[in-house]
Write a new protein. Sequence first.
Length: 151
Amino acid sequence: MTGPHLQRQIRPVGVFYSRQYASQAVGDRGQSSTTNLRNRRITFIYPDGTPHQVIGNDGEHLLTLAQNNSIDLEGACGGQCACSTCHVMIDESKRGFEQLEAPTESELDMLDLASGLQETSRLGCQICLKEGLDGLIVKLPNTKNATALES
Ligand code: FES
């Protein structure tokens, strides 16, 4: 099978992809080969306006970055684009917004289920840090996203 459907199935997932990526960054001799990893400053804004700046590496997803820094972003499906609990809003007036890739059809489908949807809404598990995203500002929704995987 080829085409867009297959590409969606092999898309990297949030938490697991990040761990795999990190382990690949260590060379055979135990030396870090992180020269290709760049630190990116990302600011999460809590609903009350409190900013929380963290540093992430290229290849890391916003969801993973948030969870690794104790930021309250749920991610019920583990980054598989099957819920909307990692819904965030990107500040389009700041650096980085224009560098984001367009959301996939699956992401848009899940975003339709998110509460407090805005024009710049995205799923945190679908945004991967890369060059150009340094300085990105990510707003956390005011309400908890209720849509999660059915158990
Ligand atoms: S964690 Fe479920 S869609 Fe992002």
